[in-house]
Design a protein around this ligand. Sequence first.
Ligand code: G6P
Length: 489
Amino acid sequence: WERPDAKPIRQRLLVVANRLPVSAVRRGEDSWSLEISAGGLVSALLGVKEFEARWIGWAGVNVPDEVGQKALTKALAEKRCIPVFLDEEIVHQYYNGYCNNILWPLFHYLGLPQEDRLATTRSFQSQFAAYKKANQMFADVVNEHYEEGDVVWCHDYHLMFLPKCLKDYNSKMKVGWFLHTPFPSSEIHRTLPSRSELLHAVLAADLVGFHTYDYARHFVSACTRILGLEGTPEGVEDQGRLTRVAAFPIGIDSERFIRALEVHPVQEHIKELQERFAGRKVMLGVDRLDMIKGIPQKILAFEKFLEENPYWRDKVVLLQIAVPTRTDVPEYQKLTSQVHEIVGRINGRFGTLTAVPIHHLDRSLDFHALCALYAVTDVTLVTSLRDGMNLVSYEFVACQDSKKGVLILSEFAGAAQSLGAGAILVNPWNITEVASAIGQALNMPAEEREKRHRHNFEHVTTHTAQQWAEFFVSELNDTVIEAQQRIRK
Ligand code: G6P
């Protein structure tokens, strides 16, 4: 993708993430159509205008044949994307297995899957081997495209091995790694059978970044307690070599959302939604259908609120957009059925012939529909059980400058540290507390809403994705220069 308003080229940035910012659909033997795909990282990096960025990642499809691979590579090149081709077996073991069935739940404090508790189980070992193999495949592609002076920015839990693979190729490569999830307490991380190998591999990077200071601190503690290395105010030291560790809280391209509210199709959507829900307050949830998002807990809290507040039963509606994700992982399949069961029960219990309290959609919305929905919402519920940052909360705030709706926000989302003063913070596990936060939000006087919104809007519009990326890359450049100076001395 190319931004029409891109500034002059400064430095080549190779952004390496598991997923490319486009999803590819095959239209014929050698023809593909490409669409921008959803996800926090994608929306964050859409805001970056300062670098000549190339993306390296998996296109999300299996392309076993050479003709298809060539055609896709060519189509992606126009969007400055470079594909890493992963076959079905690797995707199963690396992406569904080690990434999403082991690291993802562990990093969100949901523990390891029962059958994988022992390092000796075959599935754990083969998934870990596939993880390393996949990381090596990413490194091969990076190496092929790397030019001296490039900055290589590796992203997320899928690619913890990548810094090591890259430095093994070329110790002079500038390598940064950023984690978009929480990094858990070292006591959680130490349950992982491959705990040390992963930490060592990440430490090969020059700069390691997290969303919050707490996550950075957990990482440093894991390195000191598990590896016995020395933690310093700058990061982690291993035999005289320093890996810098710091917090870089992400943001969004807030202008993109604010501008969208002015365009005709969004205003039309807004009008339709206002008519559709006239006389009712609109509550909104927008989440990938993931166990970390606390969707069942949120819906149960809404049920409790309706149970205890009969007055509100026909005056409020909860719109839950649950975007299907990782649908080949059994835990996600179970969650879908569980959520459907709860929604059905509550709609049966409180619905009437003309209205239901919960509209649950198992799909994503296009950008304009999403902006319109954010704009008409009175209360947004972000009740993640754990979340690296959570950009839905930022997007909602960006779209609320005329309505000044209320954000109910989990204290376990990274965003609680930046939007905590404007939001109503809740413990998402405490359904009674969330139910009473719903009451507080719906009854909040306009003056208080205005004050809370002002705080959050100020933050969201001044801490953008673009600044985040620029800050990380300039820190990475500085870190490498400082390290070279230290060696010269
Ligand atoms: C989270 C992760 C991203 C990931 C996104 C979507 O935000 O931190 O790395 O891309 O979820 O998940 P998926 O598995 O569909 O890529």
